[in-house]
Design a protein around this ligand. Structure first.
Ligand SMILES: NC(=O)C1=CN([C@@H]2O[C@H](COP(=O)(O)OP(=O)(O)OC[C@H]3O[C@@H](n4cnc5c(N)ncnc54)[C@H](OP(=O)(O)O)[C@@H]3O)[C@@H](O)[C@H]2O)C=CC1
Ligand SMILES: CC(=O)N[C@@H](CCC(=O)OP(=O)(O)O)C(=O)O
Length: 312
């Protein structure tokens, strides 16, 4: 029998993107809610318990409510919201981080899909902290360029409105409280003593991200060069299908944030010299930053090839 899959919040930005990746697959059965009942708690509860896996593509409060609906042992959850990313008992959905992370996802009842900015930070930083190259007490900084689809339906409507304010044509820095909701997962998953200083920037294009971490090499163990750091990342992600480490350096003098738009994979680009290193994670906020990652996690949880249905 084919595994049954339900998307709670299918009409939203992330939900529609997951639907697009699953609609043509014949190895799963998609359960669809009656459109007039898509926010009806009883109907959603019925489908969550009828499904083998439910994707939650909802605001945090609705995601928490959906988890409270789970009754059957067979019902498993992949939550795209921020609600459970540091919660006990939840697997963190970046299986490439380590064998233990992959094992946790494969066997999870509950998987938290990572935040988009967080993915671009955690994927380069986790292995460097785990190996000791970045001491866990290092004060890191990170900035992230994102397309406006990262803000969901509301932000998409603002950017695509004829009344769009003139200054929305230029990049806008936000998260100025320095308390962005992705900071807890960045710190916890990487095992850092303190969260990084994080500056997100949204710009007037639909999708694609460039998340950049800058390092003073003298703060790192053994005073590595940028090439050493590149070598450590290339070794860690060697053979991975969804995460690629670009050969050291970059062929163009500039890196465009939209380079990986439309893809479900991520590319890490390392530049620098003996004294300083700059690492940029290039990916799509709707791909490895959300829906592509969610489908990859589903594939692992259901025993499929992890890249099934993905566009690498
Ligand atoms: N956009 C992105 O790049 C990313 C988003 N996420 C996260 O994924 C989740 C969904 O985000 P996104 O798709 O962007 O958001 P959207 O606002 O685009 O979509 C959310 C959807 O949930 C529906 N919804 C709201 N409340 C309920 C409810 N009680 N029951 C059923 N459906 C409900 C909304 O309905 P209606 O259509 O009526 O508004 C909407 O269709 C969020 O938690 C977000 O933080 C994570 C990573 C990246
Ligand atoms: C442009 C924009 O607003 N992006 C969102 C992040 C999107 C994402 O990863 O979302 P969740 O953590 O909600 O899952 C933000 O920075 O809050």
């Amino acid at each position: 029998m084919k595994p049954k899959v339900y998307i709670d919040g299918k009409e939203g930005t992330t939900g529609l993107q997951i639907y697009d990746r699953l609609a043509s697959r014949d190895d799963i059965e998609l359960l669809l809610i009656d459109e007039t009942k898509r926010k009806d708690p009883d109907e959603r509860k019925k489908l969550i318990n009828a499904a083998d896996i439910t994707f939650l593509c909802l605001p945090d409060a609705a995601a928490k409510e959906a988890v409270s609906f789970v009754e059957k042992d067979s019902a498993r959850i992949i939550d795209a919201s921020t609600a459970h990313r540091t919660a006990p008992g939840w697997a963190y959905g970046i299986p490439e981080l380590s064998a233990a992370h992959k094992y946790a996802v494969v066997n999870a009842k509950f998987t938290a899909n990572p935040g988009c900015h967080a993915s671009g930070f955690v994927i380069p930083v986790y292995p460097l902290v785990a190996s000791g190259m970045i001491p866990k007490e290092t004060p890191l900084t990170v900035f992230s360029l994102t397309g406006y689809s990262g803000g969901g339906k509301k932000m998409i409507a603002e950017y695509e409105s004829p009344e769009k304010p003139e200054l929305y044509n230029t990049p806008r820095i936000y998260g100025l409280s320095l308390k962005h909701k992705h900071l807890p997962e960045m710190q916890k998953i990487c095992g850092l003593d303190i969260p990084p200083v994080f500056c997100p920037i949204v710009d007037d294009y639909y999708k694609g991200m460039a998340v950049t971490v800058m390092l003073q090499n003298s703060m790192l163990k053994g005073n590595p060069t940028a090439k050493d750091i590149h070598g450590a990342l290339a070794a860690h992600y060697d053979g991975k299908k969804v995460i690629k480490v670009h050969p050291f350096g970059y062929e163009d003098p500039m890196i465009a944030a939209g380079t990986m738009a439309g893809k479900d994979s991520m590319e890490l680009v390392v530049n620098g010299h003996e004294g300083q290193t700059i690492i940029t994670a290039l990916f799509d906020n709707l791909g490895k930053g959300a829906s592509g990652a969610a489908v990859e996690n589903m594939n692992l949880m259901l025993g499929f090839e992890e890249t099934a249905g993905l566009n690498l």
